[in-house]
Design a protein around this ligand. Structure first.
Ligand code: CA
Length: 236
C-alpha cells in the first residue's frame, strides 16, 4: 500500500518514511502543498498524511480541494501542538483524523491502519435545506444550481442555521457561535447579517426561507421538499 506524506520538515518526513517502510508501506514524500495536491490527484494512494503549515498551499486548502474534486483518499492531518482550532478545522475541511505534533509513531500507525480499514468511500456531508445546499468541504453554497458567494461570517451563520433547521436558532446562540463569547459590540449584528444572507439566498430567488421568530430567534425553512426535486424527471 502506498502512502503519501506531505510534510516540509525534512526530519519528520524522513522519520515517517523510514518508519512506514519498516511497517511494509510504500511511501512518497513531498514538501510542498501544491505538489501534494498534484500527487494526490494523480496517484491512488491508500492514505495521505498531511501537514497543515506547508509552502505553496496549506494542508487545509489541499484537503478541501481534494474533497471538492471528489477525491476521498483517507487523510490524517498533522496539527500543531495544542491546536484545538486546527483540529476542528481539519475535520471541517474533510480530513478523516488528526494527530497533533509531536506524535508517537506507534499512535500514528494505529490511526493510519484504522483509516485504511475505512477505505476511500465517498463521505459527502453536504447540508441541504430545500433547494439550498452548503458543502462544508469546499465551502460552496448553491440555491438549486445557482452558486452563491458568501463571506466567511455569512458562511458560518448559514451553516449554523442549516444544521439547526429543524428548530429555532436563538439569536444569542448565533451571536455566541458566530462572533464568539468575547464579542462586546451591538448584538443587532446578528440581524444585520441575517439581512445580508436574505439578500443572497432568498431575495434573488423570490423566497423567504429565513423566518424571524419574534422574541425567539431565526429559523431556516425549506422552500421545496428535496424529494420533490429529486423526482423531477428531465423532460425528453
Ligand atoms: Ca510544516
Amino acid at each position: 500500500m502506498r502512502i503519501l506524506v506531505v510534510e516540509d520538515e525534512t526530519n519528520i518526513a524522513e522519520a515517517l518514511a523510514t518508519g512506514l517502510k519498516s511497517e511494509g508501506f510504500d511511501v512518497d514524500i513531498v514538501g510542498d502543498g501544491n505538489d501534494g495536491l498534484w500527487r494526490a490527484r494523480e496517484t491512488a494512494y491508500a492514505a495521505i498524511i498531511l501537514d497543515i503549515l506547508l509552502p505553496g498551499m496549506n494542508g487545509f486548502k489541499v484537503c478541501r480541494t481534494l474533497r471538492a474534486e471528489g477525491v476521498w483518499t483517507p487523510i490524517l492531518m498533522l496539527t500543531a501542538k495544542d491546536g484545538e482550532l486546527d483540529e476542528a478545522e481539519a475535520l471541517d475541511t474533510g480530513a478523516d483524523d488528526f494527530l497533533s505534533k509531536p506524535f508517537s509513531f506507534v499512535v500514528l500507525v494505529a490511526r493510519l491502519r484504522a483509516l485504511l480499514r475505512r477505505g476511500t468511500t465517498p463521505r459527502p456531508s453536504v447540508l441541504t435545506v430545500g433547494s439550498l445546499s452548503l458543502d462544508p468541504a469546499s465551502r460552496e453554497c448553491h440555491r438549486g444550481t445557482a452558486p452563491i458567494e458568501l463571506t466567511a461570517r455569512e458562511y458560518t451563520l448559514l451553516e449554523l442555521l442549516m444544521r439547526r433547521s429543524d428548530a429555532i436558532a436563538p439569536k444569542t446562540a448565533l451571536l455566541d457561535e458566530v462572533w464568539g463569547p468575547e464579542f462586546s459590540g451591538d448584538p443587532n449584528i446578528v440581524e444585520v447579517y441575517i439581512g445580508y444572507l436574505r439578500k443572497k439566498i432568498d431575495t434573488p430567488f423570490g423566497l423567504q426561507t429565513i423566518l424571524t421568530v419574534r422574541g425567539a430567534g431565526y429559523r431556516l425553512v425549506a422552500d421545496v421538499e428535496p424529494d420533490h426535486r429529486a423526482a423531477d424527471a428531465p423532460t425528453p
